[in-house]
Design a protein around this ligand. Sequence first.
Ligand code: HEC
Ligand code: HEC
Length: 407
Amino acid sequence: MRVSRNSLALLLAAALVGCMGPEGPQGEAGAAGEAGDTGPTGPTGPRGPAGPAGAAGDTGDTGPAGPTGPTGDTGDTGPAGPTGATGDTGPTGATGDTGPTGATGDTGATGATGPTGATGDTGATGPTGPTGPTGPAGQDWPGPAPAAYTAANGIKGGAAYSQWYNTFADGQGTLGAYSVTVGSEFVRCKTCHAWDGLGNAGSYADRTGLSTGTATRPDVSNANLRATVASSTYQELFDLIVRPTGRPINAASENRHPDFTPYLTDAQVWNLVKFMREEWVSPNDLYDLQVAGAPMHYEYDAATTSWVLKKPVLTFTNIGTDGDGTRGDTLFTAQCAGCHGADGMTIPLETGTASLGEFVRKKPHEAWFKMKFGSGPTMLPGMVTATQDIKDIYKALTNTTTYPDIP
Ligand code: HEC
Ligand code: HEC
């Protein structure tokens, strides 16, 4: 019989199973675990403290010439320093388990000092300095008053402005006593210059005269006596009134300022100068006057083929201005009512056409003059002299219930 190679292998394997061999050597240790993950980044360190304030700004420049302005404001504080740097990353966690959280980072470094603040603005101009001391007294203009002026009586001067020939103005009484024949309208100062001294620019803007067809009156002068008074010396005013070069008083009824040489005494002229300088009440203190329309003039009317006189319209308002009517009533009762009656109706004025209230309301430019400087033998100069009293009485007389018109 033949034994094949396969049979031999089978025989060999059977022998092996029939008896176990010795144990083998121990296996190698397993490989180490992998390294733990890197711990998480530590939290950002707290912000560094703000940098110190910037240095103070420079003081503002001195203000412009004149008063020194207040010192400029201190410059603004500089901006905060930069944020501190991020803290360091915490240490890497131990191998194996996930590492512990890293420690908090260090506080950041203090920020750098901020830049210097900007220079403060120039201070505002300071308030105006106090008024300088009063300078030395200037020269008194128009110089020292002459003794004759000092001794003069301005109230009588006002009376003379109205009627220089009247005894209440220290005159001889009548024009006849002076042999003046030209007519009172041509020699009374007020006729040519008006009660307010403004001539044809004031309350006489509508008064007719020779050249406008009224032979019984001169033209109202366009001289402004108030302005002349303010710009003339005592002696100049005296000379302007006496006027030896003026119209010979009886020469003719015309507009020129008369030559008063033989008619007024020196004392009367000084009274007039004093009145003009010291006693004339400014019209604006007593009332408002509106002059509406062109100055007086003639216009040719083709329809009637004649020349027609045109006059401006005068309106008085605000009579008594800021006067006190209640006080005026008291003054009226004490000083006027005895003759004029409590309602101002007892003595009819304006040839019976006006009560006292009506007179004042229609002619406030004239009434005060009569109250202060006289009007006749019973209304003597000096009855009411204080401007405040005149205003108060005026104010009272604007009441048409207490002081009515003549019906
Ligand atoms: C008939 C009209 C008339 C009478 C009245 C009259 N004057 Fe004149 N007066 C004039 C005229 C017009 C002027 C301006 C021209 C001149 O200076 O002659 C004038 C000028 C003046 C001046 C100078 C003013 C200036 O600036 O030139 C004074 C001051 C003056 N008169 C005061 C008086 C006094 C005060 C009285 C009364 C005593 C008076 N007048 C009477 C018409 C008159
Ligand atoms: C003693 C009596 C008496 C007393 C007081 C008196 N008057 Fe007269 N008044 C007269 C007589 C009279 C007249 C009219 C004749 C004249 O003008 O003199 C007159 C006229 C007037 C006129 C008009 C002047 C004119 O030219 O027509 C006025 C304005 C006037 N008086 C205001 C007053 C005032 C305001 C008072 C008080 C402060 C007053 N009077 C006090 C008697 C008086």
